[in-house]
Design a protein around this ligand. Structure first.
Ligand code: ZN
Length: 496
């Protein structure tokens, strides 16, 4: 279901009437080893307020205290009267001018150091490139709701290429948004990247890459293009104006933890983009897995906004687990894996990996609060959520006689959150009620038992369409297979 054209017209006209301009001017000073910084000047409207607040970032993935990355503040038209970990407070002194100018320098915490798992989401500035999230680059006045943004790269080293979630090769970006989170959840890079571009459904997709890999850049780029194409076909979503992908090399720390050794590549799905980091030894299959997962976040976690976890609701199991499930299905559909490999991965990497983990039955909130302790704890949400996705997909297919499936549920959730300020955490009842409609019964008890409490789902609890089989292995762990007795079982299962 999509909103009517009338709804869109009303939405757009009210939006443009109240859009507020923000102008960022960026200068990069990477050459001076001791003084590498990104200098930003922000011009913004006070709209009659005498006291203005500018938000500061806190945690960005594993990077904590991101508010500490700024120095050399100054304001034209006002003065800073307070600063804490969440915001700066400015008193306006200039009465006549409609705007104020705020200057800040971003000092990356890891200048000259290699990119690692734990610092990858921090601003990275090296002699040859910069790589920074919108969260860090753009400080935003809290009195703004609708944003009309202009970004100007006034000074960057000669020869540096520019690419971000909106464009490539241009020193000016302009965009509008009514969602602060959307445009903060972006990526901005400049430097000596090797850059590749092509169109998918007539819309540009750009790949910026550094480092030395076991494969040609074009091999990776072709995988990216095929992934974009298959996923946009699946979501019937071909009008995404621009898409940016980046890959930068990443090093194991001098004293790698078990987790560091387990995760030789990683990434983050962002707005109209995803970013990846990898050790040079990484194999092609790991990249295929990573690209498919991160791109799926364009929808699951992006347009389907799960919201910010509260003390009682944490939906990372939904975002990461459903993303894993649909990325796996996409890999099968795109021909990146065979049917046998698909079921092997589901059975090994999800069922067996979770059910044999010492943390298998940790309650959801406990697992989440401890997620940075180890790779196994971090993976709980992915594995448990993926198994939940499989469970509900099968149950919905069975109940609807194959007319509905989990993808229909996701589309309903997307209609509810996309382009609105609604999200699934704040509207958790909506999530449960929508799931109930497809599932055919109230899933509250199920969610409580198998997600909140984290109990293992026994193999006998699955509700199956006739073309799937779930049986217990010798350790009692559920294993999924196609029912070969049913003609066209694979096609039936692959249909969304
Ligand atoms: Zn993810």
């Amino acid at each position: 279901m999509s909103p009517s054209p009338l709804f869109f017209l009303l939405f757009l006209s009210s939006f443009s009437l109240s859009a507020q301009n923000l102008r960022y001017t960026i200068e990069v000073e990477p050459q001076l080893a001791k003084d590498m910084r990104i200098a930003v000047d922000l011009e913004f409207y006070h709209s009659g307020h005498d006291t203005l607040y500018i938000g500061l970032p806190g945690q960005i993935n594993q990077v904590t205290k991101a508010y500490k990355h700024y120095r050399n503040w100054s304001v034209t038209g006002g003065r800073i009267v307070a600063r804490d970990s969440t915001k700066i407070t400015i008193k306006r002194t200039e009465k006549n001018a409609p705007t104020l100018q705020l200057h800040y320098d971003i000092f990356p915490p890891t200048v000259g150091d290699a990119v690692t798992r734990t610092n990858s989401s921090a601003p990275l500035l090296q002699p040859d490139y910069l790589h920074i999230r919108g969260y860090s680059l753009f400080l935003i006045p809290l009195n703004y709701k609708n944003f009309e943004v202009e970004v100007n790269w006034k000074k960057v080293p000669r020869g540096w290429k520019i690419q971000n979630s909106f464009s490539f090769d241009t020193k000016q970006q302009k965009f509008k948004s009514n969602n602060r989170e959307d445009w903060r959840r972006t990526n901005w890079i400049a430097g000596d990247f090797r850059q590749y571009k092509a169109n998918v459904f007539g819309k540009p997709v750009c790949f910026a890459v550094r480092g030395t890999w076991n494969f040609e850049d074009t091999t990776l780029f072709n995988i990216i293009l095929k992934t974009v194409k298959t996923q946009r076909e699946q979501w019937n979503d071909r009008d995404i104006d621009f898409y940016s992908v980046s890959l930068i090399p990443y090093k194991l720390p001098a004293k790698p933890s078990e987790w560091d050794k387990e995760s030789l590549c990683m990434g983050n799905g962002l707005y109209q983009s995803f970013v990846t980091y990898a050790d040079e030894s990484v194999l092609l299959d790991d990249f295929i897995d990573l690209f498919n997962h991160e791109m799926m976040h364009e929808w699951i976690g992006g347009r389907i906004d799960e919201g910010i976890a509260t003390a009682s609701i944490n939906m990372r199991w939904f975002v990461e687990g459903f993303t894993e499930y649909f990325a796996l299905r996409n890999r099968w559909k795109a021909g990146f894996m065979t049917e046998t490999e698909f079921f092997e991965e589901i059975n090994q990497e999800y069922f067996i990996a979770l059910y044999t983990s010492p943390n298998a039955e940790l309650p959801n909130l406990v697992a989440e609060s401890r997620r940075w302790e180890s790779y196994d704890l971090e993976r709980i949400a992915y594995r448990r959520g993926c198994i939940a996705a499989i469970y509900f997909d099968m149950a919905i297919r069975q109940r609807s006689n194959n007319k509905k499936n989990l993808f229909n549920l996701l589309n309903d959730l997307m209609d509810y959150t996309y382009g609105t300020d609604r999200n699934l955490t704040d509207s958790y009842d909506f999530f449960v009620e929508t799931l109930a409609e497809y599932y055919g019964e109230d899933p509250t008890k199920w969610l409580n038992l198998y997600i909140d409490q984290g109990k293992k789902i026994p193999s006998t609890a699955f509700k199956l369409p006739n073309y799937l089989v779930v049986s217990a292995n010798e350790a009692g762990i559920p294993q999924v297979q196609l029912n070969k007795a049913v003609k066209g079982a694979a096609d039936l299962f692959l249909k969304d």
